[in-house]
Design a protein around this ligand. Structure first.
Ligand code: URA
Length: 303
């Protein structure tokens, strides 16, 4: 007989949930397995039914080309090879949207034209070249104190951040708040943003072209905020802002430097709080990094 929640007393249930949480279990599963492949095949099938195409001239320009996902064909040796992409006139949500050169140019020009943080936010609000903005609900720009000595840069908003329009407000954000508090910081004394200001669908890792497209904005953001110390949270921010292929586990905890305009800013890569939620035993590494951060901030204050 299968036990249900009603068969377990509340204390035992709470202890069980705590055990799961501490073990890094953050997803609930159904008793019966769900065939996600079958589900997505059905969705794709319904999407591939022909839809009326709006007049291409009425689409305006986003600097993007819409590329219908190429069908996968067997290369004969077991590998998959793809047929050349088919260019279509109008982008549709179900299609992969690759930004054209104009979108990158637009991003650079818009970011460079911003002379204040408020202008940068407005520039991002007006930037239509990134496909992610079409699936996200809100622009997640920044939170905290833009005048702070320290600026934290994460990867991209998740579901909660997308709903609230604020970075790091979900579970990972709550852990970040506790980590900040542990070294005497808060959102009044730290500035917090992300590499990418729109939630990638399903919280997937942002694609390389999405990171490159948003790069001028985060680079300008750093120049305008002028922090004395930068902290990169996780792989995406660390690799991208430190221009390295090394992974976060080898980068973390080593002070580096990031150029921002004329300034060289001390920069510390560290583990992302979402990773720490999944790997609680690694919190000791993050703690060592945060102690080093505290020390550096104290030196700056004392100098
Ligand atoms: N993860 C991030 O990298 N950023 C957020 O804002 C939330 C989760």
């Amino acid at each position: 007989m299968t036990a249900t929640a009603a068969d377990i007393n509340p204390q035992a249930l709470a202890a069980l949930l705590q055990f799961y949480a501490e073990s890094g279990v953050d997803e609930l599963c159904e008793d019966a397995a769900i065939d996600r492949f079958e589900q997505s095949a059905k969705i794709l099938q319904s999407r591939s039914r022909p839809k009326p195409q709006p007049d291409a001239a009425a689409q305006g320009t986003t600097g993007q080309q819409s590329i219908a996902k190429p069908p996968l064909a067997s290369a004969g040796d077991g590998r998959k090879s793809s047929a050349p992409p088919v260019l279509t006139a109008a982008p549709q949500a179900s299609q992969l949207t690759i930004p054209g050169a104009a979108a990158f140019e637009d991003a650079r020009a818009l970011a460079a034209s911003a002379n204040t943080i408020a202008e940068l936010r407005a520039a991002l609000e007006g930037f239509t070249g990134c496909n992610l903005r079409h699936s996200a609900k809100t622009l997640v720009f920044a939170d905290g104190n833009p005048e702070a000595d320290i600026m934290f840069i994460g990867e991209a908003p998740g579901r909660e951040e997308d709903l609230q329009g604020m970075p790091f407000v979900g579970r990972a954000g709550q852990l970040l708040d506790r980590m900040l508090a542990a070294i005497g910081l808060s959102r009044d004394t730290a500035y917090i943003t992300n590499m990418i200001p729109w939630r990638p669908p399903g919280n997937r890792t942002p694609a390389a072209h999405e990171i490159e497209l948003c790069r001028p904005f985060i680079e300008r953001h750093i120049v305008l905020a002028q922090p004395k110390v930068l902290v990169m949270l996780g792989n995406v921010a660390s690799k991208s802002l430190l221009d390295t292929d090394k992974g976060i586990l080898s980068l973390r905890g080593t002070w580096m430097s990031r150029k921002a305009g004329d300034a060289e800013i001390p920069a510390l890569p560290t583990l992302h709080p979402a990773y720490l939620l999944r790997n609680p035993a690694q919190k000791r590494l993050a703690w060592a990094d945060f102690l080093s951060l505290r020390e550096r901030l104290d030196q700056i204050k004392g100098s």
